[in-house]
Design a protein around this ligand. Structure first.
Ligand code: FE2
Length: 215
C-alpha cells in the first residue's frame, strides 16, 4: 500500500491518501485539506477513490468532506459508530477491517482527545494513522467536554504504545520536529510517552497546558 500526504487546512492538518498499487483503489484519511491538489494527484495516478476514513469529527478534520462527496459521487464515508454526526456514514467499531484494494486497515477505537476517535492500523506496513490521539512529540489535548484524559491515557498506553516500536506514526497534524516518526523514537523523545502510571501522565498533561499558556 502506498501513502501520500497533503499538509494544509486549518492548522498544519495532514490528509493522507492510501492506495493499492495492484487495483488502484484508494482511500482518504481525513478530508482536512483543500481538494484540488488531491484530485490532481488522483487523476495523474489513475486512482479510484471510493472511501473516506475519518479519525474523528472535529471540524478541521472533516472541513472538506462535502467537497469530496460532491466530486466523487459514490464515495463511502467511515466514521466511528459512537459518533453523533448527522451526515450519512458507515459506522465503524473496534477491530473492524476496511479494505483498500488488496490491502486492509484495522480500526482501533482510541478515544480521549475526542470521544469518536479512531486510529487506523496498517499491520502489513507497520503504520498507524492516529488522528489527534498521538502526534510526533506529544498527545492531543483534552480540553473539550467530549474529551477524557482517562480515555486518552488508556488509548495511548494500552493500545498505541503496545504496537511494535518500529511502527511509523502518521498523525493528524504536522506538529512535531518531523512529520512522521516511529513509536520507538516518540517514546525516546517525549515525556508524554514515558509515564509509569496515570498520575504521572496527568502531571505531564497539566505542565504542558501551563507552559503553553505562558508562550
Ligand atoms: Fe481534534
Amino acid at each position: 500500500m502506498k501513502v501520500k500526504y497533503f499538509i494544509g487546512g486549518y492548522d498544519k492538518n495532514i490528509c493522507y491518501l492510501l492506495w493499492c498499487e495492484e487495483s488502484n483503489h484508494a482511500a482518504i484519511i481525513d478530508p482536512s485539506v483543500e481538494i484540488n491538489p488531491v484530485i490532481e494527484f488522483i487523476n495523474k495516478e489513475n486512482l479510484i477513490l471510493d472511501k473516506i476514513l475519518i479519525t474523528h469529527t472535529h471540524h478541521d478534520h472533516i472541513k472538506y468532506l462535502n467537497d469530496f462527496i460532491d466530486y466523487f459521487n459514490l464515495i463511502k464515508v467511515y466514521i466511528s459508530s459512537k459518533s453523533h454526526q448527522k451526515i450519512n456514514f458507515i459506522p465503524i467499531s473496534n477491530n473492524q477491517i476496511i479494505n483498500i484494494g488488496t490491502y486492509i486497515v484495522t480500526c482501533f477505537e482510541t478515544p480521549g482527545h475526542y470521544y469518536d476517535s479512531i486510529s487506523f492500523w496498517d499491520e502489513k506496513n507497520k503504520r498507524i494513522f492516529t488522528g489527534d490521539t498521538m502526534f510526533i512529540g506529544r498527545t492531543g489535548r483534552v480540553l473539550g467536554s467530549k474529551s477524557s484524559i482517562e480515555d486518552l491515557y488508556d488509548s495511548i498506553y494500552n493500545i498505541l504504545l503496545k504496537l511494535p516500536s518500529e511502527t511509523m506514526i502518521y498523525p493528524g497534524h504536522d506538529y512535531g520536529y518531523t512529520t512522521i516518526d516511529s513509536i520507538g523514537n516518540n517514546i525516546i523523545s517525549s515525556n508524554f510517552f514515558n509515564c509509569q502510571n496515570f498520575t504521572e501522565f496527568k502531571v505531564v498533561m497539566k505542565n504542558y497546558e501551563k507552559n503553553r499558556k505562558k508562550r
